[in-house]
Design a protein around this ligand. Structure first.
Ligand code: ZN
Ligand code: ZN
Ligand code: ZN
Length: 368
């Protein structure tokens, strides 16, 4: 078995331990992020069923259409590769290996197509069904060494993109052109965008998910730039807000407040504290500064294979942080029709506290 195989077999074992605890007999995962986590490939979602079936004990079975089997041959040493041919009913093929009598409690991938779930329920009558998110969420929230190495490198390249972006004037470009510049700089580092880059000038920056327009960037504008790329299946995500030319007093004040809130959240992160307490740490700074109602979103989101995944740093989330969790720390203040400020870094929870994955300056930056 190769080193990479070991990474995935360790994840299967962790999944089996969670299944044991939850009393699950079988985990059934179709194409998508969960399959990527368990197999290093997202597979191909189509009317031809691809299914990874992990029993509570023993080797998993991978059911694939015969025409897609060549892509999975490398797995034969670690799992039972089962192929089905056009014209065959794939679940009848699976039934020969995974007998219905053995399955009482099955968990099925949150994003498996319902047509497949309905056929599974037909094939495995008598089983109870639940969402596999209960298992995968727990695993995917805590990044292993393999994932952390990729995410560190993804953030390092993303930082480089930002540094390079800051070296050229943007006044005169449209928001869309500036966003394209970020996307191109990511592409130069072999990273496709993890979401369409956000560049919001002045009043557009007051809308957190504004995706760009043909509005030209002008002197005096605050510019919210939020972007990220994908490296080996893992997302990066960063936001910096700059000002074109001399900032107003209010911009300075708001910027400084967001910067302090972002730092307060960072300082609050350590194993054992709740996710909501980190949100509260950022929010209390902004509230004390008088802009509480203008901080209109949660403080952060988990990130990994998906750009938004658990844990969410939001009021009401009592989940306790654990080493290996990676999420964004991104408070913001949004003044309708005027400007917005958001500062975002990715953070990993460590044994002692937290570590930022992004190292580029958060100080107020003036661009031309
Ligand atoms: Zn967002
Ligand atoms: Zn972002
Ligand atoms: Zn984010």
């Amino acid at each position: 078995m190769s080193d990479t195989t070991t990474v995935y077999t360790a994840r299967w074992q962790r999944a089996q331990a969670v299944m044991e605890r939850l009393g699950l007999g079988l985990l059934l995962i179709g194409p998508g992020a969960d399959l990527f986590y368990l197999l290093g490939t997202p597979g191909h979602a189509s009317p031809r069923l691809v299914l990874f079936a992990l029993p509570r004990q023993g080797r998993p079975t991978l059911l694939v259409p015969e025409l897609e089997a060549p892509g999975f041959l490398a797995w034969q040493a670690a799992l039972d590769l089962l192929t089905w041919r056009d014209g065959e009913e794939p679940l009848q093929v699976l039934r020969r290996v995974v007998a219905p009598v053995s399955i009482r409690a099955a968990a099925v991938g949150d994003r498996l197509w319902s047509v497949f779930l309905l056929r599974l329920q037909e094939t495995y009558r008598g089983a109870t069904w639940s969402a596999a998110g209960a298992v995968l969420r727990e695993l995917r929230m805590i990044k292993d060494g393999h994932e952390l190495a990729i995410m560190r490198e993804a953030s390092r390249r993303t930082d480089e993109v930002w540094q390079q972006f800051c070296q050229q004037p943007v006044a005169g470009l449209t928001e869309r052109q500036a966003a394209q510049r970020l996307t191109d700089l990511l592409a130069e580092r072999a990273m496709p965008p993890s979401f369409p880059a956000i560049v919001g000038a002045a009043e557009h920056g007051a809308s957190p998910h504004h995706t760009g327009s043909d509005r030209p960037i002008r002197p005096g504008d605050a510019l919210v730039c939020d972007f990220g790329g994908i490296l080996d299946g893992y997302c990066s995500d960063i936001t910096r807000t700059v000002v074109i030319g001399e900032p107003s007093d209010e911009f300075r004040r708001v910027y400084e407040l967001v910067q302090r809130a972002q730092e307060a959240a960072f300082q609050a992160i350590r194993p054992g504290v709740t996710a909501e307490s980190v949100d509260a740490a950022a929010r209390s700074v902004i509230e004390a500064g008088g802009y509480g109602p203008r901080f209109i979103h949660r403080t952060g989101h988990g990130i990994g294979i998906d750009i938004h995944e658990e844990p969410y740093l939001v009021a009401g989330n009592r989940l306790r942080l654990q080493p290996g969790m990676v999420f964004s720390d991104e408070p913001g203040i949004y003044l309708t029709d005027r400007f917005g400020v958001r500062i975002e870094d990715l953070v990993v929870v460590t044994e002692q506290g937290a570590e930022r994955l992004n190292a580029v300056s958060r100080a107020l930056t003036v661009m031309a």
